[in-house]
Write a protein that binds this ligand. Structure first.
Ligand SMILES: [Zn+2]
Length: 247
């Protein structure tokens, strides 16, 4: 920030007539900067902590979640069974470890156990930590990719929506019947993300065996990226043998 601007901002902060209550951030009065005195006794502008919060808010706006989905947090995930409690803890641990291991998360289980809810809760936690996340429903993604196929430029743009985000949540992976074309899209997205070390959150009704059977290259990459963060609901939840299928 240049010196004149810095002086003006400082004056504004000192002479502001409004009470702090009128600002979203009383600390910097919504200017995004605070002043600290450095070792040479001169004031320097430093980014205010509210900047990170603002960035996280913008990430939330662009993450692809509906308003209803944005309410699906860990706090309101209802655990009715021991395996739901276990699943919730596993997903919370995934969030805690994320900045250290950049791991993916794979949530497998039958319908109505709350796979989507947990995936979204994880996504919201990562966004609050200022990590860019994008939500997409698997079938919508496939339809969008198919519809754009006639126009190469458009198709590439569509593809990039699923390749570029830091974290992509693919909800209801492999739902319905998949064709060879679908597999081609999925392979390109998952393989590119694998090579670029960009994590995925995946929810699916398929078992690990079914994912590997669908396509071993895709399945083994997903399982490798998820590592310890494979959540298996219900009776499969203690079946560690399944985790070694890709090895
Ligand atoms: Zn502030």
């Amino acid at each position: 920030m240049n010196k004149n601007l810095l002086q003006r901002v400082k004056k504004l902060i000192e002479n502001g007539n409004c009470t702090p209550d009128n600002y979203n951030c009383a600390k910097c009065r919504d200017l995004g900067y605070v002043f600290v005195t450095n070792e040479k006794s001169s004031d320097v502008a430093m980014p205010c902590s509210c900047l990170a919060e603002k960035e996280a808010f913008e990430k939330l706006e662009k993450c692809g979640l509906s308003e209803a989905f944005k309410k699906k947090t860990f706090a309101n995930y209802v655990c009715e069974n021991p395996y739901q409690i276990k699943a919730k803890h596993q997903v919370m641990k995934f969030c805690c470890d994320f900045s250290n291991n950049n791991s993916s998360l794979l949530i497998c289980g039958r319908p109505d156990v709350g796979k989507t809810h947990l995936g979204i809760a994880a996504m919201l936690k990562l966004i609050s930590d200022n990590i860019t996340c994008k939500y997409v429903e698997y079938n919508n993604m496939i339809v969008n990719l198919k519809q754009s196929i006639m126009d190469e430029e458009n198709h590439m743009r569509e593809m990039e929506k699923y390749i570029n985000p830091r974290v992509l949540f693919m909800d209801d992976f492999l739902k319905g019947k998949s064709t060879a074309t679908d597999l081609n899209y999925i392979y390109r997205i998952i393989n590119t993300r694998y090579l670029k070390q960009k994590p995925l959150i995946i929810s699916t009704e398929k078992s690990l065996e079914e994912i590997l059977y669908f396509d071993e290259a895709v399945g083994s990459r997903i399982i490798e990226m998820a590592g310890e963060n494979v959540v298996l609901f219900g009776k499969d939840s203690n079946n560690h043998r399944l985790r070694n299928l890709s090895k």
